[in-house]
Design a protein around this ligand. Structure first.
Ligand code: NDP
Ligand code: 2IT
Length: 444
């Protein structure tokens, strides 16, 4: 395989999909060497079969808003690869959603899910519907229309969606309810469900907690931990909130959080009480992060990212490409020693190069944020055996999984000088398992 040639062909076949090209380019560059050690892979054109999704569903969603206007949105489900298990991955509701973004996310999910050690393939879906400013009734009616199309394509052994940006417990509940109504079956087709109807304990916390468990493994290799470390976090949604909670629990200090309008900087630290305020502000009142600055009298910076604030550790937890080369240089110049990604692909390729050239700890999302989908996998298992595990049981399993992902990254990503290239480690480890499964299953 010649990575540059494969990428050029994909760009010609699928033009105007920059996020998809970006995600593929990063993986190809790091697996090329290992791939070419296996001539049987190239003979089976494994690489194109792995980069191009198995199938993509695309449909119009029509719904009626509170004023009686008939609205349309686009709905999608990308089923990328099911070599090691049913398609699995979240649903994103955000005005920016398009096919390029969902294809990048489904591609990444395939490698991430492979790393979890659990039997899950990769998929992703969503809509350009924006829940921002919508009433509860509007969100429900939109979701019911969305499910009228999606339900035919998913199932407990086929494709199991969950949450992502704009999709949390409320939205998964509405999706599950409509799916149940249409299929007349109570099955574990979604994860991230409410605990009363099959949801796993620790699933809401899992992505943020998992990122910090992964970070702790990286810090351990450097003989240190989180005590007294200053952390900058972007986002203030599900991932950011539970990342902050775990940082506090382990003795770190959180000084920033953000939303799509701007960020707050609280040099005194966002303590547990202030974090509870953010959780209520975001999850119940669905307000803006600016209101935190008004309440606690700290700095709010409109239209900017928090990466210029001095920190020991940066935890991007909002969205893709939110941390560019300039941000990365600023972080390194300010003495940042570790970056661990809660979001999917938040660092641009230029930023990643800056971190790696500076030899600081850098964990890509597909390794560091795999805790969310891992506990989704554990939710699927509990649904299958019709039993539920305690908080401690799930949390212990999550810790073990994050530890094993870290070990896989070290095994495949350690370079001659001892520096761990976590990008290479995660990509090669994730790739090899899917590749072996595809080879064993014939040309499909
Ligand atoms: P939420 O919707 O709960 O929160 C998203 C946060 O990011 C909000 O603060 C939001 O601000 C901000 N944000 C979203 N889009 C943008 C944007 N275009 N520019 C700036 N800020 C933005 O989503 P999650 O916390 O679930 O997801 C965050 C990231 O983590 C995503 O990259 C997601 O793919 C990834 N992830 C999520 C997992 C999960 O289990 N939920 C698992 C693994 C990864 P605002 O409120 O203004 O929209
Ligand atoms: O990006 C992700 O891993 C998620 N949004 C979670 C997917 C899942 O199926 O739990």
């Amino acid at each position: 395989m010649n990575a540059a040639k494969v990428l050029d062909t994909l760009k010609l076949r699928f033009p105007n999909e920059p996020e998809y090209h970006q995600a593929v380019e990063e993986v190809l560059a790091t697996i090329e060497e290992e791939y070419n050690k296996h001539p049987e892979f190239d003979k089976a054109n494994l690489i194109e079969r792995l980069c191009i999704p198995d199938r993509v569903y695309q449909f119009r969603v029509t719904w009626v808003d509170d004023k009686g206007n008939v609205q349309t949105n686009m709905g999608y489900r990308v089923q990328h690869n099911n070599a090691i298990g049913p398609y699995k991955g979240g649903i994103r509701f955000h005005s920016s959603v398009n096919l390029s973004i969902l294809k990048f996310l489904a591609f990444e999910q395939t490698f991430k899910n492979s790393l979890t050690t659990l039997p899950m393939g990769g998929g992703k879906g969503g809509s350009d519907f924006s829940p921002r400013g919508k009433s509860n009734g509007e969100v429900m009616r939109f979701i019911q229309s969305f499910m009228l199309e999606l339900w035919r394509h998913i199932g407990p052994e086929t494709d199991v969606p969950a949450g992502d940006i704009g999709v949390g417990g409320r939205e998964v509940g509405f999706m599950f309810g409509m799916y149940k109504k249409l299929t007349r079956e109570f099955t574990g087709t979604f994860t991230g469900k409410g605990r009363e109807f099959g949801g796993s304990l620790i699933r809401p916390e899992a992505t943020g907690y998992g990122n910090i468990y992964f970070l702790m493994e990286m810090l351990k290799m450097k003989g240190t931990d989180l005590k007294g470390k200053v952390c900058t976090i972007s986002g203030s949604g599900n991932v950011a909130q539970y990342t902050a909670e775990k940082v506090l629990e382990l003795g770190g200090k959180v000084v920033t959080m953000s939303d799509s309008d701007g960020y707050i900087y609280d040099p005194a630290g966002i303590d547990k009480e202030k974090l509870d305020y953010i959780m209520e502000l975001k999850n119940v009142y669905r307000g803006r992060i600016r209101e935190y600055a008004d309440k606690y009298g700290c700095k709010y910076v409109e239209g900017a990212k928090p990466w210029g604030e001095k920190c020991d550790i940066a935890l991007p937890s909002a969205t893709q490409n939110e941390l560019n080369g300039d941000h990365a240089r600023e972080l390194v110049a300010n003495g940042c020693m570790a970056v661990s990604e809660g979001a999917n692909m938040p660092s641009t390729p230029e930023a990643i190069k800056v971190f790696q050239d500076a030899k600081i700890l850098y964990a890509p999302g597909k390794a560091a944020n795999a805790g969310g989908v891992s506990v989704s996998g554990l939710e699927m298992t509990q649904n299958s055996i019709k039993l539920s595990w305690s908080e401690k049981e799930v949390d212990d399993k999550l810790k073990d999984i994050m530890k094993s992902i870290h070990e896989a990254c070290v095994q495949y990503g350690t370079e001659a000088d001892g520096y761990v290239n976590y990008v290479k480690g995660a990509n090669v480890a994730g790739f090899m398992k899917v590749a072996k499964a595809m080879m064993a299953q014939g040309i499909l």
